[in-house]
Write a protein that binds this ligand. Sequence first.
Ligand code: NI
Length: 186
Amino acid sequence: MTFVCVPDFACNPLIQQAMALLPILIYPDPRLQKIAAPVSRVDAEIRQLVADMAETMYAAPGVGLAATQVDVHLQVIVIDASDDKSQLQVFINPQILTREGECEGEEGCLSVPGIYDNVVRSASVRVRALGIDGEVFEMDAEGMLAVCVQHEIDHLQGKLFVDYLSRLKQTRIKTKLIKHHPRLTA
Ligand code: NI
């Protein structure tokens, strides 16, 4: 594992806890289909979860991670869609308010390692969520960030990008991943 330096993240006074890497569930683990519950209060436990999820995402490396993927079934997402990995974004209890347009692009997922395929998403979305400070914010996302937000919110609803693919492709992907991760059950 290579150490990833994330200056902005490390400097955030709200996230000063020691961080830990969390194991990521691999498709077709049935726990990836669980529906995440809303967070009732952004407390120290949630901030620790966010810190651990961010470290896990940067180490993988990935552009986004939902709590569902680390077997915590709460509505928490971390995303960093920046080129230099300097813009950690935290979405707690995220909701998509509006959607516009359509775009198709290749997606991958830390829970579906080595698999990439095209998915059609909304081109831009307006999102409302709580930040790591517990305050409500709204933001407009487009491009890769918009795709990432939709992909991660899907995880919180127990849905993966492979669910948009054909049955045949899903079966092939399951077979391949079970073969490479023999401890998994389908
Ligand atoms: Ni994913």
